[in-house]
Design a protein around this ligand. Structure first.
Ligand SMILES: [Zn+2]
Ligand SMILES: [Zn+2]
Length: 351
């Protein structure tokens, strides 16, 4: 059994930036449609998010920051950061319902009513304690990891969004109970800037942050090499009791903002392995979140395939959603990734 809950509210549509901003809720609606067309919700339960209170947000955000977001939400003008994340009327409520969805996904897995909790409307890894960033207002990834510490002492976050999960890292940098793994594109002047191999955590959290910086042009072959040689052995060693998997769709080769070159096959291989590990170590406990993804068609297909794999309903109907084939890195990129892998093996003692 892979009893899965798909957290959904039609109010998710409210979290969509206006004008020509790349972040649109169309991604979530397209993904849900692909799943509906394949009869997925005969096997997966649709669950409404249970709205959280402000006290819950204060586990990771400051009171002042929450008040700032509320006032910008009433005003509906200007930006929440230096110019990436615009305010719009109702953004507070729109962000709150989506974060609530991730908390609900955690709750239904924690209380044992579901093995897998899915919230494609979640995944805001750039938000920090006092700061919005990269289209993110409240950091649901760090929040549910912190909340899960009540029941678990070994939680793993695996972030395969194309950008570094800087907010999650900063919020949990000294936390030894959460292993934070981020695979992302890393290049001069590329947002958000950090996520190099030597950022490994601080204090008691030292060694519990694993950054896998990948050069532009990293395709399935090199990405899977890094995943299999670094992420898998680290997870095997750590044996997480709960896995939070953030599936940003912007590592795809068609994404307009990120120059990684993952295909849907590369994504599926990663998700399959994480799913398998969750059953090996975590009694299947896995929370899947969404994230970035600015080619809406590719992101929707990635999410539908990921949900089908995790809920164990993947069949020929989902096979039709794939790209043509695996992607291949250039020799230059492959060598660069091999070098990163070697550095990480040394830093994280993988022998
Ligand atoms: Zn399963
Ligand atoms: Zn991203």
């Amino acid at each position: 059994m892979h009893k899965s809950a798909f957290i959904w509210s039609d109010r998710y549509y409210d979290y969509s930036f206006p004008g020509d901003h790349p972040y649109k809720s169309l991604r979530e609606s397209l993904a849900k449609k692909l799943l509906e067309e394949r009869g997925a919700f005969h096997y997966i339960d649709l669950i409404e998010p249970h709205l959280i209170s402000e006290d819950v947000l204060q586990i990771i955000h400051s009171r002042e920051y929450i008040e700032f977001i509320k006032s910008k939400s009433l005003e509906g003008k200007g930006y929440l950061d230096e110019g990436d994340t615009p305010a719009f009327k109702g953004i507070y409520e729109a962000a709150l319902i989506r974060v609530s969805g991730s908390v609900t996904a955690l709750k239904v897995v924690e209380d044992g009513s579901y093995v897998h909790g899915i919230n494609i409307g979640g995944g805001y890894h750039h938000a920090k304690r006092d700061k919005a960033g990269g289209f993110c207002v409240f950091n649901d990834v760090a929040l549910i990891a912190k909340m899960a510490e009540k029941n678990f002492s070994k939680i793993a976050i695996i972030d395969i969004d194309g950008h570094h999960g800087d907010g999650t890292q900063e919020l949990l940098y000294d936390d030894p109970n959460v292993l934070k793994i981020s695979l992302h594109m890393f290049h001069k002047n590329f947002f958000p800037g950090g996520g190099d191999v030597n950022e490994i955590g601080s204090g008691k959290g030292k060694g519990y942050t694993v950054n896998i910086p990948l050069p532009p042009g990293t395709a399935d072959d090199a990405y899977l090499l890094a995943f299999n040689e670094v992420v898998v052995p680290i997870l095997e060693r750590y044996k997480p009791e709960l896995i939070i998997l953030m599936v940003g769709g912007d590592s795809h080769f068609n994404d307009p903002l990120v120059e990684l070159k993952l295909s849907t096959y590369g994504y599926l291989d990663v998700i399959k392995k994480v799913h398998e590990l969750s059953h090996k170590y975590s009694n299947g406990r896995i929370i899947m979140l969404g994230g970035g993804g600015y080619n809406y068609d590719a992101t929707a297909r990635i999410w539908a395939i990921a949900v089908a794999e995790i809920a164990n309903i993947y069949d020929i109907e989902y096979e039709h959603l794939h790209d043509c084939c695996y992607t291949k890195s250039s020799q230059f990129v492959l060598e660069k990734v091999k070098n990163v892998v070697q550095q990480l093996k040394n830093i994280h003692s993988l022998y």
